[in-house]
Design a protein around this ligand. Structure first.
Ligand code: ADE
Length: 264
C-alpha cells in the first residue's frame, strides 16, 4: 500500500510512520509513505502557500494552486488510482468501519490543511472524502493523517503477526475490547481472574465476550445500540450486570455503571 501525505510538514507524518508496527510495515515493504510539500510547488520568491480569506475574518486560507500541483505530483509519482482524503474537522467521523474500508485500498492521498483551512474550490474539485478524527480542532491535519496511517497500516495483510491479530481489537465487531492481564498472577494491585488461568478455552472466550459486552454497556452504550446481540450475548450481559450489582452491594466495585442504561 502507498500513502501520500500532502502537508507543509510532511516529515511530521513520515516520522510517525517510522516507529512500532507501522515502522515495521514500512521496513518490510508492506507500506510506503511519501510526503509532498505544497511549498515546493508554490510560485514566487516567497513561495506563498496561503492568503487572506475573501469576506474578511481571522486567519489565512491555503491557496488552490500549490495544493493542486502537489496532488498532481503525487498522482504522477505512481499511476495506481488514489482516493484523496482531506483531513478536516468538518469531515465524517473516523470509525473502525471507515478504517477497514481505507485499508482495502492500494493507494491513499491524505491532504492536510493548516491555518483556517483550504480553498473550498480545491475540495470540490479534487477531494473524494473529508474525514475528522474527532469533535475538536487541531492546528493542522497532520496528526489526523498520522492516525489514519497507523490505524490503516495495522489492518493490512501481514502487518500484524498472529499474536497481535486485529480481530480482537475494540470496535471490530462493534464492541469494546475485554480487559487483558499478564504475569504476575498475584500483585499488590490485585489478582488475575481465575478463568483466564483455567485452560478452558470455551469458558475463557465466554468470559471475554461477557467483559466486552459489559464494558461496552458501561462505557459506550451508543455502540451497544448498533451491535447485533445474540440471545447468548444478552444472557452474558445480564450475568455481567448481576455480578456488578452484587459487587456494588459488597462495596467492591471498581467501575461505576454511571449513566449506563438498562440492558437490552
Ligand atoms: N484538522 C484539524 N482538526 C481536525 C480534526 N479534528 N480531524 C481531522 N483533521 C483536522
Amino acid at each position: 500500500m502507498r500513502i501520500d501525505i500532502i502537508s507543509l510538514f510532511p516529515d511530521f507524518v513520515a516520522q510517525c510512520a517510522a516507529f512500532g508496527v507501522v515502522g515495521r510495515a514500512v521496513e518490510r515493504g508492506l507500506l510506503s509513505v511519501h510526503g509532498f510539500n505544497p511549498r515546493d510547488y508554490a510560485e514566487g520568491n516567497y513561495r506563498r502557500v496561503d492568503d487572506r480569506p475573501f469576506g474578511g475574518g481571522p486567519g489565512m486560507v491555503m491557496l488552490v494552486d500549490p495544493l493542486r500541483a502537489s496532488l498532481r505530483a503525487a498522482r504522477e509519482a505512481d499511476p495506481t488510482p488514489a482516493k484523496v482524503v482531506y483531513m478536516s474537522p468538518q469531515g465524517a467521523p473516523l470509525t473502525q468501519a471507515k478504517v477497514r474500508e481505507l485499508a482495502g485500498r492500494e493507494r491513499l492521498i491524505l491532504l492536510c490543511g493548516r491555518y483556517e483551512g483550504i480553498d473550498e474550490r480545491l475540495i470540490q474539485a479534487e477531494v473524494d472524502e473529508e474525514i475528522s478524527i474527532g469533535d475538536y480542532v487541531l492546528s493542522g491535519g497532520e496528526l489526523a493523517a498520522a492516525v489514519i496511517v497507523d490505524a490503516v497500516a495495522r489492518l493490512r495483510e501481514g502487518v500484524l503477526g498472529d499474536a497481535e491479530s486485529a480481530v480482537q481489537d475494540s470496535f471490530e465487531g462493534g464492541l469494546l475490547d475485554c480487559p487483558h492481564y499478564t504475569r504476575p498472577v498475584e500483585h499488590e494491585l490485585g489478582t488475575v481472574p481465575e478463568v483466564l488461568m483455567s485452560g478452558n478455552h470455551a469458558e475463557i472466550a465466554k468470559w471475554r465476550r461477557m467483559q466486552s459486552l459489559g464494558r461496552t454497556w458501561q462505557r459506550r452504550p451508543d455502540l451497544l445500540d448498533e451491535a447485533a446481540l445474540s440471545k447468548a450475548d444478552r444472557k452474558l450481559l445480564d450475568a455481567y450486570r448481576a455480578a456488578l450489582v452484587a459487587r456494588e452491594a459488597a462495596g467492591t466495585v471498581s467501575e461505576p455503571a454511571a449513566d449506563a442504561p438498562e440492558a437490552p
